[in-house]
Design a protein around this ligand. Structure first.
Ligand SMILES: [Cu+2]
Length: 346
């Protein structure tokens, strides 16, 4: 079961095999359970899609979504019927929304969005759990470079010409979101999936290009939300200010370190202890299921990147963890270097 954690790590590590001609993987959902439940989702009207076929034969479908434009408050009330536990709430101000819809195995989303603070929504209309991992490419790089990279090395770490802009994850039929400030440029987004269960999502086509243009509205920064909890991701610790309480919490995460970090949240199962979780992580081939369930959190961010997301908490014991490997430390995972922390919610 340790591989469960490894695969999360791999997912977030950008570790995709983009060899296009892989067989369809067997139907299998994430071995991780316990993602927050979500109720009804309002889907933006469908618009015509266009299909981009990369040099590698990986097909990316793009769609221009009307939800992209900043909307007056009255209109936004409707779209915010999305009641994901990870969605932005009204009190955080109104931000342009970019909606990325998934089914097995493709993304549908805008080809281009304006930059600036944007609420990214992952609307999973499929049956399996999918990720949304966002990476900005240095100037001159394109999706084709990413595809070539992973053809050469399916498990390559993010190259230096990639900057990671967070990400989210949603189970089948669920949606989740986060708020992030996107500078103009060329991006790719993808879903990793669980390598142990066959080809990754990305291998099967879940990788797409996104162009971010100049921001259209500079005013939104004035209405940035006040977070309930602020977390600085440092090398190698979570510096938390504020107290996580039960109910919906707005969490602000900023990578103030020098390496890429993530802050994934697991919830300890009833009766399990933090030590049980540590033992599980340290055991080569642990027997039985992990003593904690994946709960949410934030995907990889590069240094300087900050995000907001909401997370619904019930009283219980939670764990913050970062699976990023540290090249400075022989590839040791950050959790082994200190990025493993228990958080009690009363
Ligand atoms: Cu880390």
């Amino acid at each position: 079961m340790k591989r469960v954690f490894l695969l999360i790590s791999l997912t977030l590590l950008f570790s995709l095999v983009l060899l296009a001609c892989q067989p369809i993987r067997p139907t299998a959902d994430l071995a991780i359970t316990g993602t927050p439940t979500v109720t009804e989702t309002v889907i933006p009207p469908q618009t015509p899609t266009m299909t981009l076929t990369s040099t590698m034969g990986v097909t990316a479908t793009t769609e221009v979504s009307p939800a992209l434009t900043a909307m007056p408050a009255e209109t936004v009330t409707d779209t915010q019927e999305i009641t994901s536990t990870q969605e932005m709430t009204g009190e955080q101000g109104v931000f342009p929304e970019a909606v990325f819809t998934t089914v097995e195995y493709e993304f549908q989303g805008p080809a281009s969005i304006p930059g600036g603070w944007t609420r990214i929504v992952l609307d999973n209309q499929g049956e399996l759990t999918h990720d949304f991992i966002l990476a900005k490419l240095d100037e001159g790089r394109t999706l084709a470079d990413v595809l070539i990279l992973f053809q050469e090395d399916p498990y390559a770490s993010p190259p230096e010409w990639v900057k990671l802009y967070g990400g989210t994850r949603a189970g089948g039929g669920e949606s989740s979101s986060y708020l992030i400030n996107l500078p103009p440029g060329e991006y790719v987004y993808l879903s990793g999936g669980e390598a142990e269960q066959g080809p990754s999502d990305a291998q099967q086509g879940m990788v797409s290009a996104l162009t971010v243009t100049e921001p259209e509205n500079d005013d939104v920064i004035a209405s940035l939300p006040t977070a309930d909890v602020n977390v600085d991701l440092l090398d190698y610790t979570f510096a938390i200010s504020g107290t996580v309480v039960s109910g919906e919490q707005l969490i602000h995460v900023r990578n103030s370190g020098e390496e890429a970090h993530q802050m994934l949240i697991f919830r300890l199962q009833e009766g399990a202890t933090f030590e049980d979780f540590q033992t599980f992580l340290e055991t080569e081939e642990p027997e039985g299921p992990p003593p904690a369930d994946f709960y949410g959190g934030m995907n990889y961010t590069s240094p300087g990147v900050e995000v907001y997301f909401t997370q619904e908490f019930e009283p219980g014991q939670y764990i913050l963890i970062c699976f990023a490997p540290s090249e400075e430390h022989g590839g040791a995972p950050h959790f082994a270097l200190g990025m493993l922390q228990q958080v009690e919610v009363e």
